[in-house]
Design a protein. Structure first.
Length: 323
């Protein structure tokens, strides 16, 4: 028997993400070429669904489909203002989620993790969501441990994915978990995507620099950014802020949210990222320009921060146009 995947589309659904489960699961076949999954889409009351774009969609099933499914996927939907403000869902959505069988898996794509969390399905678990909203997610749902750095989290029966194409990674992971690497790799090839991506969401996260010129440590940070290729110690940073080391360290953490050493490593990794994306310099030259001193030290901090090696990052983000 084929495994039934029911995709729940709520108002505000993102069309690209809505199509991910069908695109991936329908490319999974057994050795005889038989489909291993069937995928159907439903909405509340079977009504047309307003998407995040300038069109609506119609579906053939209502929420009763959820009661039959082996796996339920809540497609990415833009969290409503009410959900973001209160962490609560309309009764109709809660009633639909209660139809899911206890033995069924339930999966969220991207920001639909807010839906699962608001329904209490993530309490006491680790989850992920789009990195831009991970802070808001953590504040809204303190009983959920949010990990903004990974592409997906597998809790067994409840799974969550990070932003955008991470939904593809999670669906391929489920195929791999159900039927092994050979079947999952075949599905990936037919979808023309990588069967597995190294690293996590961390490599896609932007780290905007603090811009408050009135911060008491802003001048020292600005100086450090202009001298990343030089050795920079805590004593020197404090001197540029006209403070003692102890006072500088305390104010720096209060203003930036991390220690000077942690901040400096992140800024150097950011510098290395830009050079990997925009230049053909060797890793050793980039290490020197970013202030790591050696390629070995750059690789260590780069992998610890982003989960991938510098070479793998360059292949992902600096592919020549047209290749």
């Amino acid at each position: 028997m084929t495994h039934l995947v029911a995709v729940l589309a709520l108002d505000g659904v993102i069309p690209f993400d809505l199509g991910i489960p069908a695109r991936v699961f329908r490319e999974a076949y057994d050795a005889d070429g038989a489909a291993l999954y069937s995928v159907s889409t439903c909405s509340l009351g079977g009504r047309p669904v307003r998407t995040s774009q300038d069109f609506a969609i119609t579906v053939e099933h209502d929420e009763q489909l959820l009661a039959q499914a082996d796996t339920v996927v809540v497609a990415t939907q833009e969290p409503t203002p009410e959900l973001l403000a209160t962490g609560t869902l309309p009764d109709e959505v809660l009633a639909a989620l209660r139809l899911v069988r206890p033995a069924a898996r339930i999966v969220s794509l991207c920001t639909s993790a807010f839906v699962l969390a608001a329904a209490g399905l993530l309490d006491g678990r680790t989850a992920t969501t789009h990195w831009k909203l991970s802070g808001a997610f953590g504040e809204l749902f303190p009983h959920v441990s949010v990990d903004p750095d990974v592409l997906f989290v597998d809790n067994g029966q409840v799974l969550t994915s990070a932003g955008g194409a991470a939904g593809i990674d999670l669906c391929l992971h489920l195929v791999r978990r159900d039927h092994g690497a050979e079947v999952a790799n075949g599905a990936a090839r037919r979808c023309v995507v990588a069967p597995w991506r190294d690293g996590g969401q961390a490599q896609f996260i932007e780290h905007p620099l603090p811009v408050d010129p009135d911060s008491s440590t802003a001048g020292a940070r600005a100086w450090a950014l202009a001298h990343l290729d030089e050795p920079i110690g805590l004593l020197e940073l404090a001197r540029h802020a006209n403070m003692s080391v102890r006072t500088f360290s305390r104010r720096f953490r209060a203003e930036v949210g991390e220690s000077p050493a942690q901040w400096l490593i992140q800024r150097r990794v950011d510098s290395a990222r830009r050079l990997l994306e925009t230049s053909d310099l060797t890793v050793d030259h980039i290490a020197a320009a970013a202030g790591f001193g050696s390629g070995t030290l750059l690789r260590k901090h780069f992998h610890a921060t982003l989960g991938v090696a510098p070479g793998a990052y360059r292949r992902t983000f600096s592919a020549p146009v047209g290749t």
